[in-house]
Design a protein around this ligand. Structure first.
Ligand code: MN
Ligand code: MN
Length: 316
């Protein structure tokens, strides 16, 4: 039954270190036509405020994803049994112009969504969440969101600029892209510009779960709460790799210590199973700061976990 769907190229068909580096060694195609879900790269990092490099994220994630196999041995998910999935390549952003890139990205996601395909994004810095949410709003209305991050990304501006990687969710609220009473921000921490930095999202109705509230705990109970609250609303998962501790994910531009564990990252994504997930992104992986490739490999695994919880995935 699965033979009609795209399958990742197996490690016994071509050595894992050989062949073109597509996400999970899946076939590529130029558009999302005929797909239930796609992996799509957005090599954009001109919204970063500290270390740049996330433009290399999509390639690094794809390269490291060569190790991934089709079946999720713990959750039983068999995404390639029931979903048609491919890697549709990268969005051709304009690396000299943030505004133009926003429009290019939004148009690319309009096209993906016109095929009823769920986009799983290989970032790119977190600025890319804004045009993704703009496109999702047109398709689904304001979406709920599970946002994993060290930072709230609700700054009014950065260096006077309204669009940057620290502002996407401020703009998203202003533009009515989010169902604000159904947004969870998990893993926030570190130092702020002002003591009130995390008040603004709470005033919008967001649930803010700081990293220290997660320390030494399973996040399964939190995710039970999230599922209860979200119901069948359309949900986007926006995963900034810096939500995890830099000991687990050093390859990123604005690291903050005391972050979530890898296991908690898995618990959050697996805890989204059963939700009406309409999109997911994995952002802020900066390969120049990731000499081992482990941060990109972790990102690849977390994207796979997102694929595994999408509606319609076979659970064996
Ligand atoms: Mn972020
Ligand atoms: Mn962040």
């Amino acid at each position: 039954m699965s033979s009609t769907k795209n399958q990742p190229l197996g490690g016994n068909e071509m050595p894992r270190f050989g062949g073109p580096a597509t996400m999970m060694r899946l076939p590529t195609q130029p558009t999302a036509e005929g797909l239930d879900a796609c992996f799509v790269g957005v090599p954009f990092d001109i919204g970063t405020s500290n270390r740049a490099g996330a433009r290399f994220g999509p390639r690094a994630i794809r390269a490291e994803s060569c190790l991934l196999r089709p079946y999720n041995m713990e959750t039983g998910a068999a995404p390639f049994d029931s979903l048609q999935v491919a890697d549709i390549g990268d969005v051709a952003i304009n690396t000299f112009n943030i505004q133009k890139s926003m429009d290019i990205i939004e148009a690319a996601y309009d096209d993906i969504l016109s095929h009823d395909c769920i986009p799983l994004t290989l970032g790119g810095d977190h600025t890319v969440a804004l045009p993704i949410l703009r496109a999702l709003k047109k398709k689904h209305g304001p979406v709920a969101m599970v946002h994993i991050d060290a930072h709230a990304d609700i700054n009014d501006n950065m260096f006077g600029e309204p669009i940057a990687h620290g502002t996407p969710f401020r703009r998203a609220v202003e533009e009515g892209l989010l169902d604000c009473n159904h947004v969870y921000q998990i893993g926030l921490r570190g130092t702020g510009y002002a003591a009130e930095d995390f008040d603004w999202p709470k005033e919008q109705g967001f649930e803010v779960v700081c990293a220290n509230e997660c320390w030494h705990k399973s996040l399964a109970p939190l995710m039970a709460q999230v599922r209860e609250k979200m119901g069948d609303r359309p949900v986007h998962i926006s995963f900034d790799i810096d939500g995890l501790d830099p000991s687990a994910a050093p390859g990123t531009g604005t690291p903050e210590y005391g972050g979530l564990t890898i296991i908690q990252g898995y618990e959050i994504i697996r805890g989204c199973q059963g939700l009406n997930v309409v999109g997911g992104d994995m952002v802020e992986i900066a390969p120049p700061y990731d000499p081992s490739g482990n941060t990109a490999l972790l990102g690849a695994n977390l994207l796979y976990e997102m694929l595994c919880i999408l509606p319609g995935v076979t659970i064996r």
